[in-house]
Design a binder for this molecule. Sequence first.
Ligand SMILES: Nc1ncnc2c1ncn2[C@@H]1O[C@H](COP(=O)(O)OP(=O)(O)OP(=O)(O)O)[C@@H](O)[C@H]1O
Length: 239
Amino acid sequence: MAATDLSHAHPLLQVSDLAKRYGEAEAQSTVFEQVSCEIAAGEFVAIVGNSGVGKSTFLNCLAGLDSWQQGQVLHQGVDLSTLNEAQRAIWRRAHLGFVFQAFHVLPHLDVTQNVALPLMLLGRMHDGGEQRVQQLLQAVGLQGLGPRLPQQLSGGQLQRVAIARALVHSPPLLLADEPTGNLDPSTAQQILDLLLAQTREQGTALVLVTHSGEAAKRADRVLRLTAVGMQTQETAAST
Ligand SMILES: Nc1ncnc2c1ncn2[C@@H]1O[C@H](COP(=O)(O)OP(=O)(O)OP(=O)(O)O)[C@@H](O)[C@H]1O
């Protein structure tokens, strides 16, 4: 008998009534509250909102890298708050690609090693890993720069290393915080094409925080984060 396919039993990502606060008692300040949304496998969702409203914080909560004071984040029905730090790290390694605003490229590894890192940690280098790394370097326009150290790269090139690293293991969920922020318009377009191809061809869900109207226009849905709640935005205007 064929195994039961449970991949569509839950949305890939389900956020309900999430609240993020800092401080205690009277000194407490709320970044956002009552934030709910669902994201399906293969969906491209752009998150927009005013500067400081908590978009990066929200993305960090989705990755289990930040804590929240109320509500739930479920990945394929699994409540992230029920996992301890070590379990979250293992979960992230297999399920997540993250493009951070600050890149987080490792300074002592060269470009190839940085991009290969997720495959190495998953023990998947022997399985066509080197080819996959070269394919990604080519796709982000960094072919030939593999032996360089991060300090020998421009900001836009570092951004592309971070993007290649986030995609190399074909994760089901890709979280990207302003991934085209440091790039010229033509490279930004190329990177967006690559991210979109990943969602379309591999069924990766892409959650993209952006101030770019151009990027948001290409999303399946645009969600606007506010201090109280998250709303679907009909027109993909820039912020
Ligand atoms: N330790 C802290 N204590 C109190 N407030 C904090 C702390 N860290 C962050 N914040 C606040 O959390 C809010 C959310 O910041 P975040 O970087 O998530 O916003 P953002 O929407 O991504 O901003 P931008 O679009 O400018 O990148 C900000 O208003 C920030 O001042």
